[in-house]
Design a protein around this ligand. Structure first.
Ligand code: CDP
Length: 241
């Protein structure tokens, strides 16, 4: 089974995705880290983020690997960029404010999508991002689109930063998030939008536990429905034989 979770920044995708993957014993894969890693690689190599050709070549050359946590410091996974642990560097504000630029380039996306499909082809997966239900896994068995008001999402990110002991200013986080929302949803190549067959959930004012419970119920209902459909067709087979 493949589960696709899409939505804007801080809508609760990673908390939901990780919880589902743990319960179902599926692979959890957060595709956002790949776009973040390409952005970091460009900054480190002093490549102009507006140079689409250079960024596309970089996406094709860079090796991004995501493994279970290599250090027990609260991370969900370890991200390796060309063999170097860059997990926390990917969360720096310089990445937040720039990541939506390389993400608009079709060549960058093509390479990321190719690698993401290869990962999903290995087996059961919960994949999280912006275009999973629409582009990466259009045949996913379940598609969830999580949303929340931009003010609440900015507050969540602001509090996450404070909890990590970082300096954070709510209004700056809010304005950066508005900018990223705009770029992600207005780009020509795979814009952020719900798939036609996605279940849309608004997480504003709700706890992650209640969202996880709601999605679990959707999975239970779907499994029951698929089971019923399978036993109906077995009955039909019995009648005709
Ligand atoms: O964690 P957060 O929701 O803030 O962002 P993320 O999932 O790490 O994604 C960072 C950025 O990567 C997004 O703002 C998009 O520009 C881009 N992205 C994308 O274009 N397609 C994806 N499947 C995942 C991320």
């Amino acid at each position: 089974m493949k589960i696709a979770i899409d939505g804007p920044a801080a809508s609760g995708k990673s908390t939901l995705g990780e919880a589902l993957a743990r319960q179902l014993n599926y692979l959890y894969f957060d595709t956002g880290v790949m776009y973040r890693a390409i952005t970091l690689a460009a900054i480190q190599r002093q490549i102009d983020l507006h140079d689409e050709i250079a960024l596309t070549a970089l996406a094709q050359q860079a090796t991004i690997e995501v493994t279970p946590p290599s250090v027990n410091d609260g991370r969900q996974y370890t991200v390796w960029l060309d063999g170097v642990d860059v997990t926390w560097l990917l969360r720096e504000p310089r990445i937040d404010v720039n990541v939506s630029i390389p993400s608009t380039y079709p060549g960058v996306r093509e390479e990321m999508v190719r690698q993401q499909r290869w990962i999903a082809d290995k087996g059961n997966v919960v994949m999280v991002g912006r275009d999973i239900g629409t582009v990466v896994l259009p045949d996913a068995d379940l598609k969830i689109y999580l949303d929340a008001t931009v003010e609440e999402r900015a507050m969540r990110r602001h509090q996450e930063s404070l909890r990590r002991g970082e300096i954070s200013d709510y209004l700056s986080v809010l304005s950066a998030m508005r900018q990223r929302d705009l770029l992600d949803s207005s780009r020509e190549s795979s814009p952020l939008q719900p798939a036609l067959d996605a279940v849309i959930i608004d997480s504003t004012g709700r706890t992650s536990a209640s969202i996880i419970a709601e999605v679990n119920q959707i999975i239970i209902n779907r499994r029951a429905y698929v089971g019923m459909a399978a036993s109906d067709s077995a009955d039909d087979g019995d009648k005709t034989s």
